[in-house]
Design a protein around this ligand. Structure first.
Ligand code: PMP
Length: 326
């Protein structure tokens, strides 16, 4: 679907997958005016196809659009586009536990000029790809790498938006993390270097021995993860206390050392929940849960959330929407 300042959103269409025509002077190629979303569609055991909180993705896209000076897309247009694609591509939604169709909605500025200003034209597209189980052979705890010198975003920057530029800046630290045997990079606030923000592509939770969950607050610098907000509600519904606040690497290390922090996990649409075993930095291992990972609460939250998504556990929150009937 296309947008221009004069005509608004117009000309929605479903096309076979193929290359895009983009003018070499198109502003997205030069100034990175691009935002995206990620969500999954699941096939329930009865054959019907459902989405999980697509309305939340629609709202987050608009938060990103505002920050990147792109046009807002009405929430109902976003949801209608997702649903239309799922009807056309219903056969591509795999069945079976841990299988899904990953949907990638994205918006690009698309006006040809060379001056630096917000584009007057944009396009919104959705592509899709079947996604298999994130973990094969059981959920495995991972190590994560503390990035000291390289930041993903700074205060007042685009950290809270889901824009390509944030990922461009996280690619090098992620490569360094991988070279050090770590699955993800942990970013801290670039001003304090110790207040935890988030991982390269996931939010972080820390679990105390008393059952309290701690997660960095949405401070304008981190992505407001939909998995994160779902887990906060799930945990609170179970009677857990959840603290959304500043949390430092130091507090995390000391808590693990004295036994008051017993689990940690990362969360996001791709893997839902990934247990964290260790935090590694330039100086070596900073903390290690060892045989304590994955933790019990980590795994039971994971089971409940994936159960809701796959339709095997009741959904008291109204998060799951049937799009294509059985
Ligand atoms: N933070 C970042 C930087 C991410 O890329 C993602 C994945 N979209 C998340 C957090 C988790 O967000 P969600 O639960 O909405 O997938």
């Amino acid at each position: 679907i296309s947008w221009s300042v004069d005509a608004g959103w117009h000309d929605a269409e479903v096309l076979p997958y193929g290359p895009l025509q983009v003018d070499p002077a198109s502003s997205v190629l030069h100034y990175g005016q691009e935002i995206f979303e990620g969500l999954k569609a699941y096939r329930r055991p009865d054959g019907s196809i459902v989405t999980f909180r697509a309305d939340a993705n629609a709202r987050r896209l608009n938060t990103s659009a505002d920050r990147l000076a792109l046009p807002e897309l009405p929430e109902e247009l976003f949801v209608a586009a997702v649903n239309e694609l799922l009807h056309v591509d219903a056969d591509w939604v795999p069945s079976g536990e841990d299988q899904s169709l990953y949907l990638r909605p994205f918006m690009i500025a698309d006006e040809s000029f060379l001056g630096v200003r917000a584009a007057q034209k944009a396009r919104f597209l959705i592509i899709a790809s079947p996604a298999g189980a994130y973990f094969t052979g059981g959920v495995k705890p991972v190590s994560i790498w503390l990035s000291k010198d390289l930041a993903r975003a700074g205060r007042g920057g685009t950290g809270a938006a889901k824009c390509g530029g944030n990922y461009a800046s996280s690619l090098l630290p992620t490569r360094i993390a991988a070279a050090n045997g770590c699955a993800q990079v942990l970013f801290t606030d670039s001003a304090t270097e110790d207040t935890i923000d988030e991982l390269g592509g996931m939010n972080l939770f820390i679990v105390r021995a008393d059952g309290t969950l701690i997660t960095p607050r949405t401070n304008g610098n981190i992505l407001d993860g939909i998995t994160r907000s779902s887990l906060i509600r799930l945990a609170e519904a179970r009677g857990h206390r959840v603290e959304e606040r500043d949390v430092t690497v130091r507090e995390w290390r000391e808590g693990v050392a004295d036994g008051s922090i017993t689990e940690a996990f990362a969360c996001g649409t791709a893997a839902v929940i990934t247990p964290i075993q260790a935090l590694i930095g330039e100086e070596g291992t900073l903390l290690d849960f060892g045989a304590g990972a994955p933790g019990e609460l980590t795994m039971s939250l994971r089971e409940e959330l994936t159960g809701i998504q796959f339709g095997t556990v009741a959904d008291p929150f109204g998060w799951v929407t049937e799009v294509v009937p059985a």
